[in-house]
Design a protein around this ligand. Structure first.
Ligand SMILES: NC(=O)c1ccc[n+]([C@@H]2O[C@H](COP(=O)([O-])OP(=O)(O)OC[C@H]3O[C@@H](n4cnc5c(N)ncnc54)[C@H](OP(=O)(O)O)[C@@H]3O)[C@@H](O)[C@H]2O)c1
Length: 258
């Protein structure tokens, strides 16, 4: 029997691309969402990882789980629900978890939760693989687009290494189809860039000219970013650049300026 793969968060930014790749590879794929959904080649299942509703059904008979769902305020609880349901299924599925570069270096609440979730998975006795990725293009664009609405664009003295969800999805699928490897090397975007440089790229793609100024941001979290805690320069393995992403997105119409 071909391996049955469950993708949690199958309708999310990353999960959607993971599901598309599995369908294109003609793999049997089940996808979890809190809402009823349908799409060709996908066995959608309804469940909520916070309450546990429907999760036993979602994991039943599954060989591999690619966990792309995330609940920003309840990350550990939702991972625990998934791990417990998977263990009770008696199937010992391979759990592939996507985490974030710097969860152990930047003291952001969500990052701490991701680190605790990694530790929970590692201590669960389940076969697992953990991949940490840098910030996705869309997140970096969202952060900078908010600043780009101002007459003078303020940016922090941070660097980013934005990665495309297609690069992350490709790596996750590769890992899911292989043997469990515990923590694997991080995945970063192809370029480490200053926030100022990325803001100029965003403005340029929108055909705008504005002054970009670097402003100091106080606090421990900002220091973690300023020290490059969110970067993986030695793993700049993503292929799609920020400019390519912006060009494909048709960003000029997406940026709303005052
Ligand atoms: N965004 C980044 O820059 C970045 C960088 C590195 C790593 N990551 C990691 O990549 C993963 C995916 O991120 P993303 O940006 O693709 O997230 P996303 O677009 O916000 O999607 C998350 C999905 O989680 C599902 N979900 C939320 N709460 C749930 C619950 N209680 N039960 C079941 N499903 C639930 C939602 O699906 P429904 O609404 O359909 O239920 C949603 O589509 C996360 O683990 C994140 O930490 C993200």
């Amino acid at each position: 029997m071909p391996e049955q793969i469950l993708v949690t968060g199958g309708a999310g930014q990353l999960g959607r691309v993971v599901v598309e790749r599995l369908v294109a590879a003609e793999r049997p794929v089940r996808a979890l969402s809190r809402r009823r959904r349908s799409s060709a080649g996908v066995g959608w299942t309804v469940g909520d990882l916070r309450t546990g509703r429907g999760i036993d059904v979602a994991v039943a008979g599954v060989d591999t789980i690619i966990h792309c769902a995330t609940d920003y305020r309840h990350e550990v609880q939702t991972v625990r629900t998934l791990v417990e349901a998977a263990r009770w299924s008696g199937q010992a599925p391979h759990l592939v978890y996507v985490s974030i570069v710097g969860v152990d270096r930047v003291p952001l609440g969500y990052y701490r939760a991701k680190l605790a979730a990694e530790e929970l998975i590692a201590g669960s006795g389940m076969p697992y693989t953990i991949l940490r990725a840098t910030q996705f293009h869309a997140l970096v664009r969202t952060i900078l687009a908010a600043a780009a609405r101002l007459p003078v664009v303020p940016v922090p003295r941070f660097r980013f290494q934005p990665v495309d969800v297609r690069d992350v999805a490709a790596r996750l699928v590769e890992l899911a189809l292989g043997e469990p490897q515990a923590r694997v090397p991080d995945l970063g975007g192809p370029e480490v860039r200053t926030a100022a440089d990325l803001a100029r790229a965003l403005l340029g793609a929108a055909g705008r000219e504005k002054r970009v100024v670097t402003v100091p941001v106080p606090g421990r979290i900002a220091r973690g970013y300023a020290q490059g805690g969110n970067l993986a320069p030695e793993h700049a393995d993503g292929v799609v650049t920020f400019e390519q992403y912006l060009a494909e997105r048709g960003n000029a119409t997406a940026l709303r300026y005052r």
